[in-house]
Write a protein that binds this ligand. Sequence first.
Ligand SMILES: Nc1ncnc2c1ncn2[C@@H]1O[C@H](COP(=O)(O)OP(=O)(O)O)[C@@H](O)[C@H]1O
Ligand SMILES: [Mg+2]
Length: 232
Amino acid sequence: MIHVDGIDVSYDELQVLWDVSMDITDDDRIVAIVGPNGAGKTTLLKTMSGLLAVDDGRVELFGRDTAGLSPNEIVDLGFVHVPESRNLFNELTVAENLEMGAYLHRDEYEETIEEVYDLFPVLEERRSQDAGTLSGGEQQMLAIGRGLMAQPKVLALDELSVGLAPKLARRVFEKVEAISEDVTVVLTEQHVHEALELADRAYLLENGRVAAQDSAAALLESERIKESYLHG
Ligand SMILES: Nc1ncnc2c1ncn2[C@@H]1O[C@H](COP(=O)(O)OP(=O)(O)O)[C@@H](O)[C@H]1O
Ligand SMILES: [Mg+2]
């Protein structure tokens, strides 16, 4: 489904990804991209979403080279990115925000919104409330729900747990597990331990390079991860 082949990516003169490769197949349910702040996790997602161009290497989504495709065309292919900022329309209601996510699939709107409300009953309860008045956890659920409205094949979630209390973060992770039964999830996390417990497979990014990749279970047991990320 996703084939990232040796990409270099820069902001102006500053190169931040070096020779990054990643493969995600139909068999993958949850793949985590973990690593410290500044490692390049968001940059990798933005490149897959068509927001940044590669200097070298290529990104293939669902068999298509994405070079030259716009972010909307990439959504249309089935890759949907929920950014860390969540990008909600605070002055619009929950239902209106969900509707914005469905612009490609207007005809299936009713069915899809029912699925989203089944997954997140709190969004149905608050459907007429302005998004800006939701709690942090509810806003994260709305951002995920809006992503699902686009009927993705792959849902990419950037720093899911950022700004959430641990209990709420766990609840969001449980939703992600449910989503992954139907949709492949790629997520980034600075909380390496939590992400590895959730994911099936993971890539460790450090300083813009893939420092390790393996099953999440193997990475949890690896000395490299234990030494740098799992204490405390
Ligand atoms: N818009 C930008 N312009 C210039 N440099 C950026 C920009 N966004 C991120 N960077 C730099 O790119 C590197 C990787 O950042 P990022 O992909 O956001 O890492 P992560 O998501 O792993 O925290 C960092 O050094 C960061 O400062
Ligand atoms: Mg980031």
